[in-house]
Design a protein around this ligand. Sequence first.
Ligand code: ITT
Length: 202
Amino acid sequence: MGYQTLRKLLIATRNHGKAREIATVLADLPFQLVTLADYPDAPEVEETGATFVENAIAKACAYAACTGELTLADDSGLEVDALDGAPGVFSSRFAPTDPERIAKLLDLMRDVPDELRTARFRCAIAIALPDGRVQVCEDSLEGLIAREPKGTNGFGYDPIMYLPDLGKHVAELEPEEKNAISHRGKALIKAKQLLIALSFPP
Ligand code: ITT
């Protein structure tokens, strides 16, 4: 099959860390991966949902409708038990930059003892067709909020998410190690099955 004949799949995220992880996992599928950079006129989609699933569906459906392409959107974030699930769906809006988000979270968690520092990354991935049909996959990664950032890989809250089983912070994992166990990597394995069904109809 020639390159020109491949169906497009729009990876609808403006987050470069996410986009990199998604593109790595989907690279072997028979789709031409395109990004929002290829659709400069696509409007910003407001994330008004109360859950990751609602926001992922809203983003995927809106971008599929306005571009006319098969579209994959990710809504994800960090849920901290000691903060009643915050920052949750507000993870990207918790503070203006990654270092500020991390500093704010560590400050809020300063007096929380080790055994109560449980948290999880959650990821919802929605795949939408321009006609409004949409499917969603979800997964999560459990860990503990560390007392200090460590590691330089990944993005977002990865430097303060400690994985007791591995004895490492997520930002210390190589990209392929993170994708093998992460909320996004595991949700993407499920999303891949949906995409394979779309690319090879019975
Ligand atoms: P798009 O909506 O354009 O995809 P965004 O960054 O605004 O980009 P979200 O609303 O889904 O995306 O917010 C997700 C935030 O959750 C992200 O900005 C990080 O702060 C955090 N996050 C999600 N996945 C993460 C991961 O794998 N590692 C660390 N932090 C993560």
